[in-house]
Every structure is written in C-alpha cells, then in structure tokens.
Design a protein around this ligand. Structure first.
Ligand code: TRP
Length: 382
C-alpha cells in the first residue's frame, strides 16, 4: 500500500498547486502536462460508478479497466462514485457508506492512481447538483420522460420519484462540470450521453460555446454484452435478485468456480461462439476472452475437443487467475478505511477546484449572481 500512500502525498502537493494558481492554470497545458483534445478543452475523461453493491466483472472490464488504460496513456482521468445517482432508489445509509468505500478500494486495486487521476465521491462536490439544476432548466420534460431507462423504471414503481426523471440531467452535469471530452460507459448509457450532447447544443445555442460535446467510449470487446449466468437471455446486472447471475470482483476463487460451473448453457456439448442462437455458451467464450485477452475465435480454438462442462473449468481457472490479485489488493485497501477516505478527500478537493472554474464561466454566461462567482473562486483558490 506504500504506492497509494506515496501517491497521496504527491496528490496533496498537486492539490496545493491547483489551489494557489489562478483558475486559468487548470487549463494550462504546461501546468497539467495534458495535451488538449478539443480546442480549448482539456484531454479529460470522466466517468462514474454507482455505489449500489459490489462491482461485477462487467463494471471492471467495461469501465475500470478502460479508465486505467486511459490514465496510463496520459489522459486526465476523473472517476467518481455516483452516490447522488444511487439515491434515486432508497439506500440504507450505513450500507451506502460501506459501498462507497468498496468501490473506492476496487478502483484503486484496479490501478487508478490518485497521483495522476482524481478519484472522489460525487456528493463531496456540491457543484454537481448545482449544475444539474441549471441544465434541468434547459431540458424538456417530454424528452426525459421518453428515455427508455426512465420508462422501464417508472413502469415497475408505483410512485416515481422526480430524481429518476432528473437522473440523466445529473449525469450530464457530472460530465460537463469537468468539460470532459470522453466518457467511458457501457452501451446502456448511450442514450444518457445523447441527452447530454443535446443539452450542450441547447446551451451553446443560448449562451455560447462553453463545453466540448462529450463522446461516449464504448467497450469494443463485448464486455458490456455479458449475459446473466442464470438466464442468458438477460444482461448481467448488479440489480438482478439472483446473486449467482453475476461474478463480483469480491468473489473468492471457490465462488467464481461454482458460479461458472452452474452457468446455464444448452444441451449441445460443443463449444462455439454463436451469441444469437447459443447465448449461454457464447457468454462462457466471452468470459474466457476477457480473462485472457483473446478474440472469440482464439478462445473457441483453445476449447477444441472440450465439452462445455470441461470448458467451464478452463474459464473459471482463467477468471480466478485474472481477478485474484486484484481482489487481494482490494481487500487489503478495504481494511484501511482511513487511507481510502484520505484519497477520496484529496480527490474531492481537486475536483471542487475544477468544478468552481466551470461554474464561474456558467454563472457569467447565464448572467447569474454578478460578482459572486469571482468571490467563490477566490475562496477556492485560497
Ligand atoms: N449512470 C451511470 C451508470 O449507472 C453512472 C454515472 C453517473 C455516470 N454519472 C455518470 C457514468 C457520468 C458516466 C458519466 O453506470
């Protein structure tokens, strides 16, 4: 854990330098050593993970691994724990606290480095909610009520909270607050990002160009197409009531092996990759591909001569080998809540300074509270 501690010291130093420079320094290429992506905007990647329970391998391969790759390529990564989004359904307060630390431990264990990237909790930066309101005033009710995720959740609930309707507006605020050019997400988030792009266009039309139009970064390796292990006609999902339907980052080798052994396939024992007609077997192939960085045809070739039952043992071994070291690191970190809180606190300080810069410009563009933005910014920089 020495690496995290060293990172934290380094990160405190950087926080200080952000705080004492004028706000323009945040965007200075020389200061942050980050190449520009779109005109005056930083090469910044922003994404959020909801703390609604342990992360599953789809979250890891789809979002976390991608974030770490981008960080390692020199992108300016901001990863936050979306606790405000989680509140659209009731969360037990103490479980929420635990879940936030679980996600933080998983992110660090996956390789997010607090010296280079900003890891924080959404609610620690009140500007998210503030920008959400300003964007809500630009959003059309009909458009929000028409989004498939809203319609689906509204259908399943007797009382539909306003938070559910505003969910994608808050998500747009998360991204625009940091003027992110790119957003790593699973395909299920595409519509939310389209709404975000639309809000940017409306904003530009009324007030001038202040944000880049954020581009979604979708996984190319099919990790957002992972199916439930119990019912391959459904997506692997955090909210599925059957815990055997998904593999969690916290699962032990025994649990992983059991879940893969029990995965529903079909009565043909041959291993093929036919996602349409044989989704259960294709899911095993996909898991094998993700665990070993293979293409589906390479995985099928490796399975040559094996029955699906024998192949399950190969897939389970590969997953255990891939996830084991990360799980051990996450457990070690999770046992140090104070360290995790320090990382999150330092991340929030840096995020707040960046958010203040954007809101300063937004206030000026909208003609809000003349002068107050300058004062807030000065306070942030002191
Ligand atoms: N809605 C996202 C999900 O459920 C989480 C999220 C919240 C997010 N805010 C975001 C993702 C901003 C990307 C950008 O997965």
């Amino acid at each position: 854990m020495e690496f995290i501690r060293r990172s934290l010291i380094h990160c405190k130093r950087r926080t200080h330098s952000i705080g004492t420079n004028s706000w323009r320094c945040n965007y200075s290429v020389k200061k942050e050593k980050v190449p520009l992506a779109e005109g005056p905007f930083p090469r910044r990647v922003v994404t959020g993970l909801q703390p609604t329970g342990a992360l599953h391998i789809g979250n890891y391969f789809g979002v976390l691994r991608r974030c770490v790759q981008l960080q390692d390529q020199g992108d300016d990564l901001m990863l936050f724990i979306a606790d405000l989004h989680a509140l659209t359904t009731y969360q037990d307060p103490s479980a929420l606290q635990d879940n936030i630390l679980d996600v933080a431990a998983s992110a660090l264990a996956a390789g997010v480095d607090p010296a280079r990237s900003v890891l924080f909790v959404q609610s620690a930066v009140p500007r998210h909610a503030e920008l959400c309101w300003l964007l809500a005033c630009l959003a059309s009710h009909a458009r929000l009520a028409h989004l498939p995720q809203y319609k689906e959740r509204a259908q399943n609930n007797k009382e539909v909270g306003v938070g559910l309707l505003l969910y994608p507006v808050l998500q747009a605020a998360d991204v625009l607050l940091y003027r992110a050019a790119r957003v790593p997400v699973g395909a299920d988030q595409l519509q939310h990002l389209q709404l975000c792009a639309q809000l940017v266009k409306t904003f530009h039309h009324r007030y001038g160009r202040l944000f880049p139009v954020p581009q979604p970064l979708l996984p190319e390796d099919g990790c957002d197409r992972l199916r439930s292990l119990r019912d391959p006609s459904k997506k692997m999902s955090k909210s599925d009531p059957d815990p055997k339907s998904r593999i969690l980052l916290t699962d032990s080798d025994e649990v992983i092996t059991l879940k893969v052994r029990k995965a529903v396939t079909d009565c043909n024992p041959k291993v093929t990759f036919e996602p349409e007609s044989r989704p259960g077997v294709a899911n095993l192939v996909l898991l094998h591909c993700l665990a070993c960085d293979l293409l589906p045809e390479e995985a099928v070739e490796e399975a040559d001569g094996l029955t699906t039952a024998q192949y399950k043992a190969v897939v389970a071994r590969a997953l255990c080998a891939r996830l084991g070291p990360m799980r051990a690191r996450a457990l070690e970190l999770r046992a140090q809540p104070r360290l995790l809180r320090d990382v999150l606190r330092a991340g929030a300080t840096r995020a707040r300074a960046r958010a203040d810069v954007t809101l300063h410009d937004v206030h000026a563009a909208l003609g809000l509270a003349p002068g107050s933005a300058d004062r807030t910014l000065r306070a942030a920089n002191e």
